[in-house]
Design a protein around this ligand. Structure first.
Ligand code: PLP
Length: 432
């Protein structure tokens, strides 16, 4: 190339959830059956979409309008429906003009951070869902700013840490929150969400809150939407249907903007998101047309009640099996469908191994575990020895060694085997 065409921030793009797939595919090619525990796709894990939702999609697809472009911000009736849902809670007032649709929430996330001024930084959680941390870091051509989620305190944000980092880093203009959380499965109590809003107010920041899992909650937990506590602080709630319907292949997510009239700079920034979206014309039309019909159907609530009960059973089974393993820290998952397991300090070394029967797989795993983080080493050995494919915690912008698994396995026997095998292999691996 005549000139270097690579953006300095290009090194900030990481997505271990999919990067681990290349390793697992190699193991699979060598003859081992892989148990895919890496990606949060309920459909790929065998969840069946209710017939009545499919029927609504089917009816909608027969309408020629679903093949057309939609308005840039999204289908008017759908945005009206969503604004009304938020307004019903009565804490903030929005109109359809505060709602913008994207091609999946992942698309919204990269636009929201990508359109910030380069020097303006957002602080986000560690461990992080890397679509947030990588997009934000790439926009700034710098590593992400992070605040701690504490595994010794139910994975709740460490408010002191957040406050200090905001106080001493004047480049920070906003706080990223993911609630219910990926990758930890934590659901934040009211007090924590209020504290974060308080910091934002005190330092004149805005908040982005990823609420894609807001209706996937259990163990008697309730999730507090940002709209309940934000008051006059500028903020963006991020939502979608990938996990809830579930329909990840629809590529449909949206943002709800709160209090754009309270701050002219924030309002101008939101306008730049809309203007950028206009260059792209619009987002996927069909799923937007489906949303009000599905969500307003009386069967929708019942469907979620049943579905959440299943996640609750799996979460509690996994917690009960793993909680007494001495070498790790685990928390009971209360929302979303992930569980993060952390090895206690000093437990892992670069000498530990798991027995791998197949010679070709053994050689392959030994070859790729030379210069990797200690948790990745465990994850690779686990994969080679059992076929279970989890994601190393250091892949979530974290210094902690551990891994994330999902609670999505629909085959009960296989799910229980996976959890019990994890326990066995952690014990076997850490014995030396
Ligand atoms: N936000 C969080 C917290 C997620 O876990 C995911 C997907 O795993 C996304 C956003 C991406 O959602 P979408 O499929 O709408 O792009």
């Amino acid at each position: 190339m005549r000139k270097n065409i690579v953006k300095p921030g290009a090194d900030e793009f990481h997505y271990e959830i999919r990067e681990i797939v290349a390793v697992a595919k190699e193991v699979e090619k060598k003859g081992l059956r892989v148990t895919w525990e890496n990606i949060g796709d309920p459909v790929a894990k065998g969840e069946r979409i209710p017939g009545w939702i499919k029927k609504i999609v089917h009816e909608t697809i027969m309408d020629d309008k679903s093949y057309a472009y939609s308005p840039t911000k999204g289908v008017d009736e759908t945005r009206e429906f969503i604004a009304e849902m938020t307004n019903k809670r009565g804490k903030v007032k929005i109109t359809k003009e505060d709602i913008i649709f994207f091609n999946g929430l992942g698309d919204a996330i990269s636009k929201v951070y990508g359109l910030l001024k380069k020097e303006a930084r957002m602080i986000g959680p560690t461990p992080a869902y890397t679509t947030h941390s990588s997009s934000e870091a790439a926009h700034a051509d710098s590593p992400p700013f992070t605040y701690i989620l504490d595994p010794k305190n139910n994975w709740y944000p460490d408010i002191e840490d957040l406050r200090n980092k905001v106080r001493y880093n004047p480049t920070i203009v906003g706080i990223i929150m993911i609630n219910p959380n990926n990758p930890t499965g934590a659901v934040y109590p009211l007090k924590i969400v209020k504290e974060i809003v308080k910091i934002a107010k005190e330092y004149d920041l805005f908040i982005t809150c990823d609420e894609i899992y807001t209706n996937i909650i259990y163990n008697k937990t309730t999730s507090i939407p940002l709209s309940d506590v934000i008051k006059e602080v500028p903020g963006i709630s991020m939502k979608g249907i990938s996990k809830e319907f579930p329909w990840p292949g629809a590529r449909c997510g949206w943002i709800e903007v709160y209090n754009q009239d309270k701050d002219p700079i924030f309002k101008r920034y939101i306008q730049s998101i809309i203007d950028d979206k206009m260059l792209e014309v619009c987002s996927t039309t069909l799923p937007q047309m489906v949303i009000p019909k599905v969500i307003s159907d009386p069967r929708y609530k019942e469907y979620h009640k049943e579905r959440n009960k299943i996640f609750e059973e799996r979460a509690n089974f996994a917690f009960d099996v793993l909680k007494d393993v001495n070498e790790i820290i685990v928390n009971r998952t209360n929302g979303a469908f992930y569980m993060s397991v952390i090895f206690k300090d000093g437990i892992l070394s670069d000498k530990q191994k798991l027995e791998i029967e197949d010679q070709a797989i053994k050689e392959y795993i030994e070859g790729i575990t030379k210069n990797v983080t200690l948790d990745k080493r465990f994850v690779y050995y686990l994969l080679g020895s059992t076929g279970i494919c989890v994601v190393p915690m250091t892949g979530f912008e974290s210094d902690l060694n551990g891994f994330r698994l999902t609670l999505l396995e629909t085959d009960k026997e296989k799910f229980e085997w996976t959890i019990k095998t994890l326990k066995e292999k952690i014990e076997e691996y850490t014995v030396t």
